[in-house]
Ligand binder design. Structure first.
Ligand code: ASP
Ligand code: MG
Length: 431
């Protein structure tokens, strides 16, 4: 059995969906579970609907745009009068009714219920197209498979229950057909929709693969494979043909947007290979991530945007000691915040984290009694893995560097973004 994952960019319009179907067709003699994300930028659009709803704005118009977008894709794929068109209308009525009744519900609960609709819609449309043009296809609601804890967002998987659900719910459908399911979504013990964190569909593919003991996961992307830098930002980037799980974990930890960071662990533990391949050129091998031997890789550049630098200063003329640190780490743990960088000095402790939801505000609220807190938003974090003098000389010198850290393996630079790209080739620097 193989698990495939297709992200939003691979299903952004009718032509792209046809391309996805042609990729799947190449493998349709095999047992296949296909995990798909929301179409194009639908998740962002649904997030906007949620924002508008909570800010008492005009969410109806935005929701209508999302409906029109899906209908127009379906029109490019399915014959006029297909049963799905009515279904889409009724799904959007249900969504609107849900929101009208959601007054007083918590933000993250409404968020997950709403954004999950992107994946549910995209897989419904693609299911019908595959069914009519490639092979019999079974649509599986991932919320009935992936059981999580009660955090509505960034929720954690209950592996035992999930394994039970997937083992009893999937294999009977892969024998004579394709299974299509949604990435990113699950449900909690009360049957309410939960989400695994933005870009979480890769992780979903790993969950399905782990529970089914699949031979591999293939993440089909709009890049040739795992690259030494984001090719949109650095055209000189080259493909890395082979990586170990450890290399890949490190790259994703520091924000390489190739795959969701949580994807690697279950695959490594179960020795399931992960392929990253281009959906525009499915004959190419792309990158394989597996056990392999560690190799000397070329330097890789990773830029993480929307970074926040927070400084906690002691106010009572004592020092930053274990007690103070444990107060901070406790708060980070409670809010499920991952630090990208940290630094201590005698009287202050500093961290760099992602700007996500209202977590920065909550962290400040929790700790402002203990520390003098300074928050600086809108920063970027550059990480260079396997750095060397030549790689570091390509960094464009910024006026404002917030923090620089260098260890044997990794180099970090936290800076205020300017117009110029952070990585410049020698020619560009001279120009
Ligand atoms: N649709 C979700 C997102 O855009 C999940 C995913 O694409 O992996 O974050
Ligand atoms: Mg995506």
């Amino acid at each position: 059995m193989k698990v495939f994952k297709f992200g939003g960019a691979s299903v952004k319009d009718a032509e792209s969906v046809k391309n996805v179907a042609s990729v799947i067709k190449r493998f349709c003699d095999e047992e296949l579970v296909v995990v798909v994300s929301a179409m194009g930028k639908t998740t962002n659009a649904l997030e906007e609907v949620v924002e508008l709803f909570f800010n008492k704005g005009d969410w109806q118009t935005k929701l209508n745009d999302i409906k029109d977008f899906h209908i127009s894709i379906a029109q490019g794929l399915l014959p006029e009068g297909h049963e799905l068109f009515e279904r889409i209308e009724s799904i959007f009525e249900t969504i609107a009714d849900y929101l009208k009744g959601a007054e007083g519900n918590g933000y993250s609960e409404v968020y997950s219920e709403m954004v999950s609709q992107g994946e549910l819609l995209s897989t419904r449309i693609i299911k019908h197209y595959l069914n009519d043009n490639v092979k019999k296809t079974a649509w599986i609601d991932a919320r009935r498979m992936v059981r999580t804890d009660n955090h509505f967002t960034d929720s954690r998987v209950d592996w035992e229950l999930t394994k039970r659900n997937i083992k009893s719910g999937i294999p009977q459908h892969t024998k004579d057909g394709i299974v299509i399911s949604q990435g990113f979504i699950g449900s909690n013990g009360q049957g309410k929709t939960t989400t695994l964190g933005r870009e979480g569909s890769d992780f979903s593919a790993a969950i399905f693969a782990t529970c089914l003991q699949a031979e591999s996961v293939t993440v089909w992307k709009d890049v040739p494979g795992v690259m030494t830098a984001d090719p949109r930002k650095m055209p000189e980037a080259t493909i890395i043909p082979e990586l170990t799980y450890m290399d890949a974990a490190e790259m994703t930890y520091y924000g390489a947007s190739i795959i969701h960071p949580r994807t690697i662990k279950p695959l490594a533990q179960n020795k399931i290979k992960l392929f990253v391949r281009p959906f525009t050129a499915p004959e190419n091998d792309g990158t394989v991530i597996g056990r392999g031997h560690a190799k000397q890789h070329p330097a890789s550049f990773i830029v993480k945007i929307k970074q926040v630098f927070i400084s906690f200063k002691v106010t009572d003329f004592t020092f930053i000691d274990e007690k103070k640190l444990s107060i901070i780490f406790n708060a980070l743990d409670q809010l499920n915040i991952k630090t990208n960088l940290m630094q201590t000095s005698a009287v202050s402790f500093q961290i760099c984290i992602d700007k996500k939801f209202d977590k920065v505000e909550k962290l400040v609220q929790m700790l402002e009694g203990e520390f003098e807190i300074d928050v600086r938003e809108g920063l970027e974090l550059l990480t260079v893995i396997a750095h060397n003098a030549e790689a570091l000389s390509q960094i464009y010198q910024r006026e404002e560097v917030i923090l620089e850290q260098k260890s044997e393996a990794v180099y970090h630079l936290l800076y205020v973004p300017e117009k110029k790209h952070i990585i410049m080739t020698e020619e560009k620097k001279r120009a």
